[in-house]
Design a protein around this ligand. Structure first.
Ligand SMILES: Cc1cn([C@H]2C[C@H](O)[C@@H](COP(=O)(O)OP(=O)(O)OP(=O)(O)O)O2)c(=O)[nH]c1=O
Length: 214
């Protein structure tokens, strides 16, 4: 029997430094793979995720949480580019992370439906050439239509909401909830890819695979 070789498809970029993704999120991993990068995955421990504080904006909190994840991994890997990321949902003044259980998921979803919220992803990127990480956040506006409670119950029963900020996945079975978005789709899925690629190019962590010669 012939064995088919595994063909790794080249993406538009290549890593030119050691890169570590300080996240266990399979979505973030898939996005970095999709652009062709070689990287290691070292998830930050769950305990390092902070709680929001009264004085900070949701953007500041998302960046602080991303920084905490990047920090935890950077300490033991000072020769590498370390990417930390955290995604939250905000509705009015409320910050929603991942639900603590099905009741919490129901509370979140019943507030999000028939309403417009923001998904904010904070990013912190450590690089060996500077003691200060690059930090930024990206916000995407998401509008959901109305849904009867039994639809929300049925969706929660699929289990999909349990590891997602705001208790839904735009990229999965929860896609039916979404009426419209304004801003980056990848940002909702957990990684502000366009902004991160700009950042990684600026700090010379990655470059286009095809380098033009003049
Ligand atoms: C709103 C939304 C969130 N999410 C996900 C993105 C994030 O993975 C998750 C929010 O949790 P995070 O704490 O940002 O990340 P994580 O726990 O998955 O991974 P780690 O802490 O190791 O970095 O919610 C979706 O996948 N789809 C969506 O539509």
């Amino acid at each position: 029997m012939d064995i088919e070789p595994i063909v790794v498809e080249a993406g538009p970029f290549q890593s030119i430094q050691r890169i570590i993704l300080a996240s266990g999120s399979p979505r973030r991993c898939e996005m970095l793979e999709s652009i062709g990068l070689d990287f290691e995955i070292i998830p930050a421990p769950d305990e390092c995720e902070p709680e929001p504080e009264d004085h900070e904006t949701p953007e500041e909190f998302a960046v602080r949480a991303a920084l905490a994840k990047a920090d935890a991994v950077h300490k033991a890997n000072k020769d590498a580019i370390v990417i930390g990321c955290d995604t939250i949902v905000t509705l009015d003044d409320e910050i929603m992370g991942k639900p603590s259980g099905t009741t919490d998921a129901m509370m979140m979803l019943s507030k999000l439906v028939d309403n417009t919220h923001h998904v904010i992803s904070g990013c912190a990127v450590y690089h060996p050439s500077s003691p200060r990480p690059e930090c930024f956040s990206v916000s995407t506006e998401v509008t959901m239509g109305p849904q009867p409670l039994e639809v929300l119950f049925s969706y929660i029963e699929t289990g999909e909401p349990m590891d997602k900020a705001g208790s839904y996945a735009i990229q999965g079975k929860g896609g039916f909830l979404i009426e419209s978005i304004s801003g980056s789709y990848n940002n909702v899925v957990g990684l502000p890819l366009a902004r991160l690629v700009q950042c990684l190019q600026t700090i010379r962590a990655i470059r286009p695979r095809a380098m033009m010669t003049r």
